[in-house]
Design a protein around this ligand. Structure first.
Ligand code: F0G
Length: 354
């Protein structure tokens, strides 16, 4: 049967009915890839799977939530959506609004969003409002303006976003036959970790999984309010997607931590970039920096024994590497050889680099 997106696929578990006009780009159904080379380097017996959410239509997990948020906005008669974004939400909102034939307004922090994401929001025709401030300023403004203008908020404070995103947990359980022991994710606003936990709990309660995983959330060291235990006013990290100091789902995420027996931890930008590169070189999988933090954290916790040997671990790669070409290229400055157009020089380049 033709796959037509996650709302159709999980219709009975999502708040739609037969008359709902579904706004979909075929999101969801992303690959769960078993790592073949990296686990052996850890000296521990573990099974690591990557949930490659970068393969959603706009290149990030946001599409799972956006399909439902925009579907419901349109159903309620809304003619415009609005979001604050570090980039991916704006790209997704712009695309789904285009599909629906409504307007998207996106508030982004000036100079702090990756090139690919900006290109996406622009080409889909969103109205882009740059703020001389950070994501948290944008979020505050979006909440304020929504009371004064006819726009629906599609950030993860919109409950439909989380409902859509919970389907990633369903897919994982269906493929593995059960929940993993640990599920590791990057954390910004903590919408996605909360959504996954909803999905795992729902399938467990319905007998589709024998267990639920420990949920582990990783943050960039300069933007780690959950690790510090308090909000941060000037978040900083190269992983701009998660450059957030005032997470919107603060209470939800703490409930997830407690209920799942999980934890939060932080990694430096250097640790994040090293694992982003390792994953591309050892497994052929390219993700953006924020996404690499899930595997970087898992690897560290596997090595230390905090994640138990014999475990099955799923790491979500939230966004595609092509989102942020600048950061990728900056890591590979010496990766090019320039030659004259003669065979001898090509051969030499090959033999010198075998
Ligand atoms: N990874 C990527 C690639 C993201 O873009 C985001 C959030 C996260 C992880 C964190 O997810 O907020 O649910 O904890 N990006 C938002 C945006 C903030 O505007 O695109 P979270």
């Amino acid at each position: 049967m033709r796959y037509t997106g996650l709302i159709e696929n999980y219709r009975d578990r999502l708040p739609v009915d037969d008359s709902t006009r579904i706004i979909s780009l075929g999101e969801g159904n992303t690959p769960l890839i078993r790592l073949e080379n990296i686990p052996a380097t850890l000296g521990k017996d573990v099974d690591i799977y990557i949930k490659y959410e970068g393969l959603n239509p706009t290149g990030s997990f946001k599409d799972r939530g956006m399909t439902l948020a925009v579907t419901k906005a349109v159903e309620s008669g809304s003619k415009a959506i609005i979001c604050a974004s570090t980039g991916n939400t704006s790209a997704s909102a712009a695309a789904y609004a285009a599909r629906a034939g409504i307007k998207a307004f996106v508030l982004i922090p000036e100079g702090k969003i990756a090139l690919g994401k900006l290109a996406q929001a622009m080409i889909h025709g969103a109205v882009i409002i740059q703020i001389k401030g950070n994501f948290d300023d944008g979020m505050r403004l979006v909440k304020e303006v929504a009371d004064h203008a006819p726009v629906s908020i599609v950030n993860s404070i919109n409950p439909y976003r989380l409902q859509g995103q919970k389907t990633a947990a369903f897919e994982i359980i269906e493929e593995l036959g059960d929940a993993p022991d640990y599920h590791c994710l990057p954390v910004g606003n903590a919408g996605n970790i909360s959504a996954h936990w909803m999905g795992y709990k729902e399938y467990h309660e319905d007998g589709k999984a024998a267990k639920t995983p420990k949920m582990v959330g990783y943050q960039a060291a300069g933007s780690a309010p959950f690790v510090k235990g308090e909000m941060i006013d000037e978040p900083e990290t190269i992983a701009t997607a998660i450059r957030i100091g005032h997470p919107q789902n603060w209470d939800l995420a703490h409930t997830v931590e407690k209920e799942s027996n999980g934890w939060f931890d932080a990694l430096t930008d250097e640790e994040i970039l090293a694992v982003q590169k390792l994953l591309t070189e050892k497994e052929g999988i390219f993700c953006e920096p924020a996404s690499a933090i899930s595997l970087a954290g898992a690897m560290r916790d596997i090595k230390s024994g905090k994640i138990a040997e014999g475990s099955t671990i799923v790491c979500t790669l939230t966004g595609h590497g092509l989102k942020d070409p600048d950061t990728a290229i900056a890591q590979c400055k010496d990766a090019m050889i320039t030659i004259n157009p003669v065979m001898d020089e090509v051969r030499e380049a090959i033999l010198n680099n075998m």
